[in-house]
Design a protein around this ligand. Structure first.
Ligand code: ATP
Ligand code: MG
Length: 175
């Protein structure tokens, strides 16, 4: 199974992202992430045998036990990759609580034998893939604030027309 761990987003943030995405549809060509799929990836695991899921769930529980729910505020749009085939995303004002979670999640996963590349972690929500940004200016993006309360192990099915993410195990952060 193709697996990843991500922070889920509250409705306030989802709604703002959906509005930004709707504005982008009028001015940027590319592949849009469906608004029910927005998330912040903390660790990408790739192909993992289904038999390891219980172990992963335990590791996620341990990693999240020392973290509380926190308030997050959207910031500006950013992009990775080539201007003609970019990944377009929206970031957060304060990256620290996401970075701290990602560090603990990854260190628990490393303990049970998973590996991660050393690239610095950049918390973001992907809005578009293969976005053609060569024509220049991006629209203003919508802002919102909300509470991050759930960290979830997802499976990702890429066999269809669009990726289907399924929540396998969700940890509720303490208030
Ligand atoms: P598609 O690959 O069809 O564009 P997707 O990227 O949304 O769809 P996945 O490739 O399964 O679906 O990725 C699931 C999540 O993990 C996404 O947030 C994606 O950005 C992230 N991800 C995928 N591959 C990696 C990787 N090699 N390193 C870090 N994060 C990754
Ligand atoms: Mg992908």
């Amino acid at each position: 199974m193709r697996l990843f761990i991500a922070a889920e987003l509250p409705d306030s943030i989802r709604e703002a992202l959906a509005e930004t995405s709707a504005v982008l549809r009028d001015c940027v060509h590319g592949r849009f992430v469906a608004s029910d799929s927005f998330h912040v990836t903390l660790a990408f695991l790739g192909e993992v045998p289904g038999a390891r899921i219980p172990e992963l769930q335990d590791a996620l529980d341990v990693a999240c036990a020392s973290h509380r729910a926190f308030s997050a505020q959207l910031s500006e749009l950013g992009c990775f990759g080539k201007r003609t085939k970019a990944t377009l995303w929206q970031g957060f004002q304060d990256q620290a609580p996401f970075a701290s979670l990602a560090t603990d999640v990854r260190s628990q996963l490393t303990r049970i034998g998973f590996e991660f590349d050393a690239k610095p972690f950049r918390p973001h929500i992907t809005l578009m893939r293969a976005a053609d940004l060569s024509s220049g200016v991006l629209p203003a993006c919508c802002q919102a604030e909300g509470t991050i309360s759930y960290i979830t192990l997802f499976s990702s099915d890429l066999s269809g027309k669009r990726p289907i993410y399924t929540a396998l195990h969700s940890v509720s952060l303490e208030r």
